[in-house]
Design a protein around this ligand. Structure first.
Ligand code: ADP
Ligand code: MG
Length: 378
C-alpha cells in the first residue's frame, strides 16, 4: 500500500481540496483508495467530498473502547474510494496521546488498499509529524505567499529534527547532546541542521549512520497551489534551495495548480471540482499529479520495489512549463466565457479597476524604495 500524507506548515493552502480530488482521480484510474481525515479538530473533508455529515470517525473510534476500526471505513459514491471521517466535534480530539496515535497508525497500516491518502492538519505538532513520517513520500503543499513558503520550510525543519531524534539511540552520546540542546530554547531555535549533524557525527557514529539511512529513503514531494501567474513558480525553486542548503533535504516538484474561481462554485454545489468540471484547469492539474504519482509507483515496482530516482531538476523544469501552458489555457477559458456572454463587460471593468488600484499601490511602493536607496547611497 502506498501511503501519501498531505501536509503543510500553514492552514488554508489547499490540503483538503487536493487530498479529496487526488483520491477521486486515483480511484477513477482503477486504484483502491482510502482517504482518511486526520485533521483532527478541524476535519472538513466530508464537505469537500460532498458526502453527508459523518456519524462515526476517528474520534468515535478512539472514544468507544470496543468499537471496530472497520466500522469507520465507509464506502463512498466515488469509484474505488473509501473514506475515514475525522470527527471535529469531539473536544480535545486534536491532542492525541502517543498511544492513541500509535493505535490509529497501526490500524491504518493494516488496511488493504492500493493507496492511503492522509489529509493532515496544519502545523508541526508531534501527531502531524509522525503521521507525515508514516511514509517517505509525503506531499507538502504550499502557496506562493511568503507566509506559506516559510511555514513549509519550518515544517520540513521540524521533520528533519524529528528524524534525527528518532535515529538517536537511548543513552548514547548523541541522546545526551540532544537533551542538552532541547533544554536550551534559544539554541534549539537557532539550530542549523547540517551543523547539528556534524556534532552528532563526531559524538556518535552509530546515530549518525542511522540518520543517514533514514535521510536517504526520505523523498518528500512538493505541490505549489493557488498560483496567480507563471512567475510564481520561482517560489518553489527558492523553497527547494533553502531546504537543500539548510536541511539537507531535496524535494521533487509534483506540479503546480493555479487558483481557479470555479472551485468556489464547485464547493457551493457540494461537488468535488474534478467531477463538477473535469476539463477545468484545476481538475486537469490534479489529474496530471495523479498520473505522476501512478507513474512513479509503477516504475518503482519495475525496479523490484527499489527507489527509482526521479530527476529532481527536471521535475522543477516541468513545473515551470506547466505553469506557462496552464496560464495560456486559463486565458483561453476567459475568452470563451466572454464569447458565451458569461463574463459581462461589468465584470471586466471591475477587474481592470482593481488592477489599476494595485498598480498604483505598487508604483507608490516602488517610488518609496527608490528614494530610500538613493538616500542610503553616499
Ligand atoms: N487552486 C485553488 N483554486 C481555488 N480555490 C482553492 C484552490 N485550492 C484551495 N482552494 C480553496 O481554498 C480554501 C482552503 O482550502 P483547503 O483545502 O480547505 O485548505 P487546507 O486543507 O490546507 O486548510 C478552500 O475554500 C478551497 O476551496
Ligand atoms: Mg484541511
Amino acid at each position: 500500500m502506498h501511503i501519501i500524507p498531505i501536509a503543510s506548515g500553514k492552514g488554508g493552502v489547499g490540503k483538503s481540496l487536493i487530498a479529496a480530488n487526488l483520491s477521486i482521480a486515483l480511484g477513477q484510474a482503477g486504484k483502491r483508495v482510502c482517504l482518511a481525515d486526520l485533521d483532527l479538530g478541524g476535519s472538513n473533508l466530508h464537505l469537500i467530498l460532498g458526502t453527508p455529515s459523518p456519524s462515526r470517525g476517528i474520534g468515535t473510534y478512539l472514544s468507544a473502547p470496543n468499537s471496530s476500526f472497520e466500522e469507520i471505513v465507509s464506502e463512498t459514491d466515488y469509484e474505488n474510494l473509501f473514506f475515514i471521517p475525522g470527527d471535529a466535534e469531539i473536544p480535545g480530539i486534536a491532542n492525541l496521546q502517543a498511544g492513541q496515535r500509535n493505535r490509529i497508525v497501526r490500524r491504518l497500516m493494516g488496511l488493504e488498499m492500493d493507496y492511503l491518502i492522509l489529509d493532515l492538519g496544519a502545523g508541526t505538532n508531534f501527531n502531524i509529524l509522525d503521521f507525515f513520517l508514516m511514509s517517505n513520500k509525503g506531499i507538502i503543499i504550499t502557496t506562493p505567499t511568503p507566509t506559506a513558503t516559510v511555514n513549509a520550510y519550518l515544517f520540513l525543519k521540524n521533520i528533519a529534527f524529528r528524524q534525527i531524534t528518532m535515529a538517536v539511540k537511548k543513552d548514547s552520546a548523541a541522546a545526551d547532546f540532544l537533551d542538552r540542546l532541547k533544554r536550551d530554547g534559544t539554541a534549539l531555535q537557532r539550530v542549523y541542521i547540517p551543523k547539528l549533524l556534524e556534532h552528532i557525527k563526531s559524538a556518535d557514529q552509530d546515530t549518525y549512520t542511522a540518520y543517514l539511512g533514514r535521510a536517504a529513503r526520505f523523498h518528500p514531494r512538493l505541490i505549489l497551489n493557488m498560483l496567480e501567474n507563471p512567475d510564481d513558480t520561482e517560489k518553489a525553486n527558492k523553497l527547494r534551495r533553502s531546504c537543500q542548503q539548510y536541511l539537507d533535504i531535496d524535494m521533487e516538484h509534483l506540479g503546480i495548480i493555479y487558483r481557479d474561481d470555479l472551485q468556489d462554485t464547485a464547493l457551493r454545489s457540494r461537488l468535488p471540482i474534478i467531477l463538477y468540471k473535469p476539463q477545468s484547469v484545476l481538475a486537469q492539474a490534479i489529474y496530471r499529479i495523479a498520473d505522476k504519482i501512478i507513474q512513479s509507483e509503477d516504475s518503482a515496482e519495475d525496479a523490484d520495489g527499489a527507489d527509482v530516482l526521479v530527476d529532481l531538476d527536471e521535475s522543477y523544469q516541468n513545473a515551470e512549463s506547466e505553469a506557462s501552458s496552464d496560464f495560456e489555457a486559463k486565458l483561453g477559458y476567459l475568452e470563451e466565457l466572454m464569447q458565451a456572454g458569461a463574463l459581462t463587460m461589468g465584470d471586466l471593468i471591475e477587474t481592470v479597476k482593481t488592477q489599476q488600484i494595485e498598480i498604483n499601490h505598487l508604483k507608490k511602493e516602488n517610488r518609496f524604495l527608490k528614494s530610500k536607496i538613493l538616500k542610503s547611497v553616499p
